[in-house]
Design a protein around this ligand. Structure first.
Ligand SMILES: [Zn+2]
Length: 118
C-alpha cells in the first residue's frame, strides 16, 4: 500500500456523539453491537478498529489490523487522534470515527469502526 497517495485521496468521516446516559454503551454503527457490557468492560465487535482516549492520549483498544497499519505507517500519535491520522494509516470511506463524550464525564474517546472488517 502506498501511504503517500493514500494521504491525498482518503478521507475518513468523523461524527461527534454525546451520550446523556453515561452508562449506556456505544453501539457499532455497522452491526449494532454494544461495545461495552453492563460493567463497562469493552466488548469490541469485529468492526472496531481502535479506541483512543483523547485526554489520556493513549489507545485503550487496537484491532490486529490497526496494529499492523500503525506499525507499517510509522505514524505516531502525539496528541489527539484525528481523521487525518486515520487517513495516514490507509483508511478511507470504510472507516467511521465517533468522537464520544459522556454526560458528567470530561473524558472523550474516539471509537473507529471499519465497515470492511470481516
Ligand atoms: Zn460491529
Amino acid at each position: 500500500m502506498n501511504f503517500s497517495s493514500a494521504l491525498l485521496t482518503n478521507r475518513v468521516s468523523c461524527a461527534c456523539v454525546y451520550q446523556a446516559a453515561s452508562v449506556a454503551a456505544l453501539c457499532c454503527a455497522a452491526c449494532g453491537s454494544p461495545q461495552e457490557d453492563e460493567l463497562q468492560v469493552l466488548q469490541p465487535c469485529k468492526h472496531l478498529a481502535c479506541v483512543y482516549d483523547q485526554e489520556a492520549q493513549e489507545f485503550t483498544f487496537k484491532s490486529d489490523d490497526f496494529k499492523q497499519r500503525l506499525a507499517f505507517s510509522k505514524t505516531t500519535v502525539m496528541d489527539e487522534l484525528d481523521t487525518r491520522m486515520l487517513a495516514q494509516l490507509g483508511y478511507g470511506d470504510e472507516l467511521l470515527a465517533l468522537d464520544l463524550t459522556r454526560a458528567g464525564c470530561w473524558s472523550r474517546e474516539l471509537f473507529a469502526f471499519d465497515f470492511n472488517a470481516d
